[in-house]
Design a binder for this molecule. Sequence first.
Ligand code: HEC
Ligand code: HEC
Length: 245
Amino acid sequence: MKPIARLLPIAALLLTTTLLAADKKPPVIDVSKIPLPAPRKVDFEKEVYPMLKESCFSCHGAEKQKGKYRCDTKAGAFKDTDYGPTIVPGRSEQSSLIHMVCGLIDEMLMPPPSDKPGKSEKLTAEQIGVLRAWIDQGAIWPDGPITEFVKPVTFDGDIKPLFATACAACHSGDAAKGGFQADTLAGVLKGGKSYGASVNAAAPAKSPLLTIVAGLDEDLPLPEKHRLPPKSLELVRKWIQQGAK
Ligand code: HEC
Ligand code: HEC
């Protein structure tokens, strides 16, 4: 390759990033590394806001504003940063928020990596695709309070697959340990021989099943087999809160 041909892609890259913010010096971003936007209309209240809530508000919400940034309000979310504007409506590839969640800005991967499993997990390519599509579709953030959308958690859709991997090896069929069947809704609700009903409808937070999968039941054998990772535990908690259906 002639030297000049080798420099061309670099020149193109520099050009794109210079266009980002003429007066600032944003880092060089290789936009080809960003996952593609979701090829459909995305819903801010159902998909985007809950994602920001789950992955960002703990550090960028009402209580904490790391890096002086908060994304639980419209005014806060669209802030300018030293790395370019966070959200450029219509141009997700120029939005520094997208560069950050993709880890394309040195030391600025958001959420920042954590050594605690289940805490502060990297967004998936699919989640980034949803964020991109929302920005490309105009980054519409309605004024006023956001209607919080609660995703229904069901036994068949969420808990059954989870328990199939985590519990069914010991808790299904005739030889189920403690007589506890983890593979059917009826079996889970009925509970085992000594603990009985696993869900406490009157006081959901006190359900024996929650204590068990939180790994907090000291009388059970094999605590490491009963303790679920934080995200799965949260799912079981939501399922019980929503009436265990
Ligand atoms: C565990 C805490 C934590 C989480 C979770 C987190 N961040 Fe951050 N964020 C930080 C810290 C710390 C900084 C400041 C880093 C620095 O300036 O070196 C920061 C800085 C930023 C900035 C730059 C602000 C500026 O003006 O420089 C943006 C934008 C940002 N975060 C977006 C996000 C988004 C979007 C999410 C969710 C997908 C997220 N962050 C999740 C800790 C977090
Ligand atoms: C490696 C095998 C194993 C796995 C995996 C396992 N358990 Fe257990 N579980 C046991 C044993 C052994 C007991 C004690 C049975 C006894 O007392 O006879 C038990 C007891 C229980 C009990 C109490 C039953 C009673 O006596 O009333 C419940 C509820 C339970 N497990 C739920 C779960 C759930 C939910 C999971 C998945 C997150 C799970 N277990 C995963 C082996 C396992």
